[in-house]
Design a protein around this ligand. Sequence first.
Ligand SMILES: Cc1cc2nc3c(=O)[nH]c(=O)nc-3n(C[C@H](O)[C@H](O)[C@H](O)COP(=O)(O)OP(=O)(O)OC[C@H]3O[C@@H](n4cnc5c(N)ncnc54)[C@H](O)[C@@H]3O)c2cc1C
Length: 634
Amino acid sequence: MAVQRVLIYLLRRDLRLSDNPIFHEIDRLSKQSPKPFTHVLPVYVFPAQQVEVSGFLVDVDATSPFPEARSEVGKFWRCGPHRVKFLAESVWEMKEELEKVGSGLLVRVGLLGQVAQDLLHQFEQKQGQAHVSAVWMTMEEGVEEKREEREVRRAAERAGVDFKLWLDEKYFVDDRDLPFDKPTDLPDVFTSYRKSVEPLREAPRSPLPTPPSLLPLPSFIPDQAPPFAIPETHDGLEAALMKPLEDEPLLSEPPSFPPGVTSAHPFHGGSKEGLGRIQNLLRSGAMSGYKDTRNGLIGTDFSTKLSAWLALGCITARQVHARLLDFEEGRDEQYKCAEGYGKGENRGTAAVRFEMLWRDYMRLCTRKFGPRLFRLQGFRNDASYPWRTPGAGEGGAEVTRMVQRFLVGTTGTGLIDASQRELFLTGYTSNRARQNVASYLAKHLGIDWRIGAEWYEANLADYDVSNNWGNWQYVAGVGNDPRGQARVFNPVKQACDYDPHGEYCKAWVEELRALDDPQEIFQGWKVGQDRRAELGLEGLEMVERPMVKIDFKVGSRGKGGHGGGRYGGSSRGRTSGGRDGDKGRGGGSSGRGGFGGRGKGDIRGRGSGSSHKLVVGRSRVVDEAATRTSTDLS
Ligand SMILES: Cc1cc2nc3c(=O)[nH]c(=O)nc-3n(C[C@H](O)[C@H](O)[C@H](O)COP(=O)(O)OP(=O)(O)OC[C@H]3O[C@@H](n4cnc5c(N)ncnc54)[C@H](O)[C@@H]3O)c2cc1C
């Protein structure tokens, strides 16, 4: 029997068959004679430093050889239940899709470099039967991801096997079309970058076709290294990934899912649902209305909700763009009943392209600044802010307690508490809410913004290293925001603008449902002592001891309108100006278990009792003046 020439393809955040440069190339090469490879082994590795893999242990006595996948500052699980589920679904669908085209997917756990080394070693033992000709994978940004690439390269070199790092073509503007050569040439202001690649509608390349079939798996399939075992079903896989998170939940006393509320992100992982979502948005008209609804808070359709599929590479930005073009040019009859069909680019479709360019930009910033993405001083390398840190130092205990309340959503500021509970319970919260939460932690509380970024990493279904850490930096004032520390969101004013009747806050913060006056919903502490018992608010820490009292006169606003359905459903967000280009863009570890594990995740907790005015960065006190600043900016 002829020796099989095997290509190993290590999948990462490129979990799709269509518009995938590696599968496309495999398909092309398989038509050549002689073929460079006779067999292909696609492999997905759950990376042990990012995803907790102890749930795959088979032997009860076995101890995981890997440290727990916990964040650096807060010690949170790095990949919480919502992303675990979305990821498991995406990986499993990838496996099934590959099986349909004559291939398959090998699922493994461990450190990518070690797994690669182990696979290559096992193949070496089978010299007469199969020979690995090459290892391919796509390139990612991020410190860990780069380390993984170096380790896989080294493993391949040691085994005398070719290694190739591919560009993952999942972004809007292809790297090969960037108007600069070196990462350091990326402008530090988004607008300058945007202008350099405009017109956006002409910028992306066309998606690559889906291979109709693939070369088969090799006849020898290497084993998973002990002490782990890989489940053979999707349910088994998800259960193994969930186990450590269930044994030690992110919060010991989590908020419960409030009655009558539906998730704004009820979606599942995998390309099929992602691509279907783009079509639904176009058919329903939601894509065309996006510019006007994107600052909404309630429902599935105020924004695209494409982020989680984009983050894992289940879909690509240029697939979104291609479908927008089909709609705009009137080339796809399925959209013909939707407003704007065949009428060219509209405000909504243009705005979606604009946001996808932000995603590109954040990724390019990671490439430019490397490890500074994760540093407290940020891209700006600004060490001037007196960040407050939890832990043993002076005032550290109070900060620890504040962080616990921030995580469970009992701060006393309605919008922040609603968003934090929504995030924890559903794995999603809107961009508007994210901006406010980040600004609240970093600027109103002056607390180390990395704790917030880590909490988002743990909870977001759509976590993306560049988007998350880049946006946190941006809002915290240490990233690539030309306005830096001057940009502050007043979450009370923002609630008035984007949740004028308090529907969103009441949906997620059940304790506030007895209230009608938005002024009280957004700032529970404004409810008079005499009414607290009657309204069931007596003894609530968030009402009696808000972490900060952020003033804003509700009556002074009055934009009116709000997002439709009560507590969720498929309503669209309210129409509101929001930002315009760059202008309004806003916008000490506690040991194992971190804050959530030990915290009294109490809705009616005792708390530190401290309620204080805002202390931020350079001793700025956010008051009426800052409120005005916030009004101007967002
Ligand atoms: C503090 C903070 C943390 C964030 N963390 C993440 C994260 O981990 N992963 C993530 O994908 N996005 C993150 N974002 C960006 C943004 O909030 C989400 O992309 C968006 O809310 C996802 O919902 P959507 O798909 O409906 O977005 P839409 O409004 O429909 O936007 C379409 C797409 O454009 C991209 N996009 C939109 N806004 C941004 C932005 N500000 N920066 C970069 N790309 C953007 C996303 O890929 C999104 O899917 C963060 C924003 C903030 C302020």
